[in-house]
Design a protein around this ligand. Structure first.
Ligand SMILES: Cc1cc2nc3c(=O)[nH]c(=O)nc-3n(C[C@H](O)[C@H](O)[C@H](O)COP(=O)(O)OP(=O)(O)OC[C@H]3O[C@@H](n4cnc5c(N)ncnc54)[C@H](O)[C@@H]3O)c2cc1C
Length: 224
């Protein structure tokens, strides 16, 4: 059976591309962008107050843009969400966590974050990566955890899977239809990060990488 992530995985490759495409830090020019200074520029601590203002600006800008789900440090939701990272090394403290619900909201978050400064951001789906590439200390985390859902189209035999889903939930949704997909071998692994890496499933010998079985991706481009 083939499956599609066409409803929301928007964030998938394009959001990563947006992050990677950020200009290389050049401290004197991008000081407002809160890029951590390289060792040779450590003398430039005078720029830090500008960064502090920018932290507030960025998170308020997200709210002003109409994004409703923004978690800030100290709130119960922020702490609870941080604890759901699989690896303790990923349990970093971003300035705020924005949780879009649709591809359009992911696009809005990306455009808002990159519009005025070079502030960095991270993208998280299942949060199961062993490496802290799914969170950020000096920036904003786009958390796709609310984009969680699987809808099966029996006629087309295609499953539409949102990027913040975890494989356990996907299998549970497909089982009543007598169907499954080549996904993670641990139920807590997330869908989007897994597919970004190819995806080694119990069906790899027969079906190839999980990403080979994707019919369609909905993608948010770096320019939103
Ligand atoms: C216990 C365990 C079991 C595992 N089992 C398997 C297995 O059976 N087969 C296998 O192939 N792998 C396996 N993995 C590895 C797993 O696939 C990866 O860690 C994968 O990245 C997890 O996906 P996630 O959605 O939870 O990613 P996250 O931790 O959310 O993110 C991982 C990376 O992908 C990026 N990313 C996530 N979502 C998006 C998005 N929507 N757009 C752009 N970038 C995004 C993040 O920025 C980050 O760099 C396992 C890992 C563990 C710890």
């Amino acid at each position: 059976m083939k499956f599609s992530r066409s409803s929301t995985p928007a964030a998938a490759l394009a959001v990563a591309a947006a992050a990677l495409a950020s200009p290389a830090p050049d401290l004197p020019n991008n000081a407002g962008g809160c890029v951590s200074p390289p060792a040779s520029h450590l003398f430039a601590a005078k720029f830090l107050p500008i960064c502090a203002a920018d932290i507030l600006d960025k998170c308020i800008a997200l709210e002003k843009a109409g994004l409703a789900n923004i978690l800030t440090p100290g709130s119960e939701d922020y702490e609870a969400r941080t604890k759901t990272y699989w690896s303790i090394t990923s349990q970093l403290m971003p300035w705020c966590i924005v949780q879009p619900r649709t591809a359009e909201e992911v696009a809005l978050a990306v455009t808002t974050l990159v519009k005025e400064t070079s502030c960095e951001f991270a993208v998280r789906s299942g949060g199961h990566f062993i490496w802290p590439a799914n969170n950020i200390e000096d920036g904003v985390t786009i958390d796709l955890g609310l984009m969680d859902g699987t809808v099966y189209d029996a006629e087309k035999k295609v499953a539409r899977i949102s990027p913040g889903s975890r494989w356990g939930g996907v299998y549970g949704a497909l089982e009543p239809h007598g169907m499954t997909v080549p996904g993670g071998r641990a139920s807590t692994v997330g869908v989007a990060g897994f597919l970004n890496g190819g995806g080694n499933s119990f069906y790899s010998a027969r079906k190839g990488f999980a990403c080979d079985n994707v019919v369609n991706f909905e993608v948010v481009l770096a320019n939103g």
